[in-house]
Design a protein around this ligand. Structure first.
Ligand code: NDP
Length: 286
């Protein structure tokens, strides 16, 4: 190769590496007054996200099924610095709710800058027992409602150069035992929203799509479902919530939390080995 070719190759490689490792710095000011619709906001990671957004000075619509619990979260958000907070109880197993929730949020906030999709239907951490109806229901709550919420919100997000933030799981990247239906809903999210990201870019629409891949986080429901079945250290929910918010605000395509999950994922892609995964589990069949 001629010297000029070598120089060009080296420059190309450097540019590629820079593009890969470059991270937009997070500017907390960007969230002051940001208009956020947050689902699954009554508990767990969603509740913690509500508190972080409140501290950053965002305006929010919170949704989940339990109105009384949402009310308490809303009151705390206001004491933490949120400019405006509204709540709307909704059950995402009902196909008519997503449209209603987005309309409410747009009307109350005058538009949206962030749609944060975080809710999940009750998970069963157990071997597949043939319950097809449960899987259909979970698909509705964990996947179809996300698609419907995003579809209803896209016009306002496009207008405001906004962001779609989708909370997923390592079980939506790497298949693990005891998570058949849950894993299916999370893989579906990756397929749909990663494809949508390409289409938005192709159409020159400035809406970012951030997929958040989380490991075990110490929420009450997660701890309850894995108790006595796996021996993994759970990460703190407030930290997971912050990682999601920063990823969305800096318009990353994917956020891995904890960070080392990304390395695990790349290793798994290079050499998928079920034995590696199974060594983490200590499960005795009932
Ligand atoms: P939680 O179970 O703690 O919270 C779930 C939230 O969703 C609650 O606010 C709940 O409120 C709401 N919700 C449940 N069912 C419905 C429904 N039918 N319609 C509307 N809202 C509903 O979950 P986590 O905080 O643990 O998980 C949050 C996200 O993080 C999920 O997407 C999950 O897959 C992901 N994740 C979590 C991990 C973990 O270890 N915790 C690991 C990997 C990913 P209400 O009951 O009031 O409706």
């Amino acid at each position: 190769m001629k010297p000029i070719g070598k120089v060009l190759c080296a420059a190309g490689l450097l540019a590629g590496l820079l593009a890969f490792f470059w991270r937009e710095p997070f500017n907390p000011e960007s969230l002051v007054g940001a208009r956020v619709l947050l689902t699954g906001a009554s508990a767990g990671i969603g509740e913690q996200m509500a508190y972080h957004y409140a501290r950053f000075g965002a305006e929010m619509v919170l949704t989940a099924r339990r109105e009384a619990v949402l009310q308490k979260v809303m009151e705390k958000c206001l004491t933490l610095g949120a400019k405006k907070v509204f709540l709307i109880p909704a059950d995402m197993s009902s196909p008519s709710e997503p449209q209603k929730v987005v309309q409410f949020a747009v009307q109350k906030l005058g538009g949206l800058d962030y749609l944060v999709l975080n809710h999940i239907g009750a998970n069963r951490f157990q071997m597949w027992a043939g319950d097809v109806e449960f899987t259909r229901w979970l698909m509705q709550v964990n996947f179809f409602s996300y698609v419907a919420l995003a579809t209803a919100a896209l016009p306002t997000l496009e207008k405001n150069n906004g962001s779609l933030v989708v909370v997923s799981s390592v079980a939506g990247k790497i298949a693990t035992p005891f998570t058949t239906s849950y894993s299916a809903t999370k893989f579906a999210l990756d397929g749909f929203f990663s494809s949508l990201r390409h289409e938005l870019i192709m159409q020159g629409k400035n809406v970012s799509v951030t997929l958040c891949i989380l490991g075990l986080v110490d929420t009450d429901t997660a701890m309850e479902s894995v108790r006595g079945k796996v021996h993994l250290t759970a990460s703190p929910a407030p930290e997971a919530a912050l990682a999601i918010i920063l990823g969305g605000a800096t318009r990353l395509q994917e956020v891995f939390y904890p960070w080392w999950l990304q390395q695990v994922f790349y290793l798994w892609v290079l050499a998928p080995s079920n034995q590696v995964l199974q060594s983490y589990y200590n499960y005795s069949s009932p």
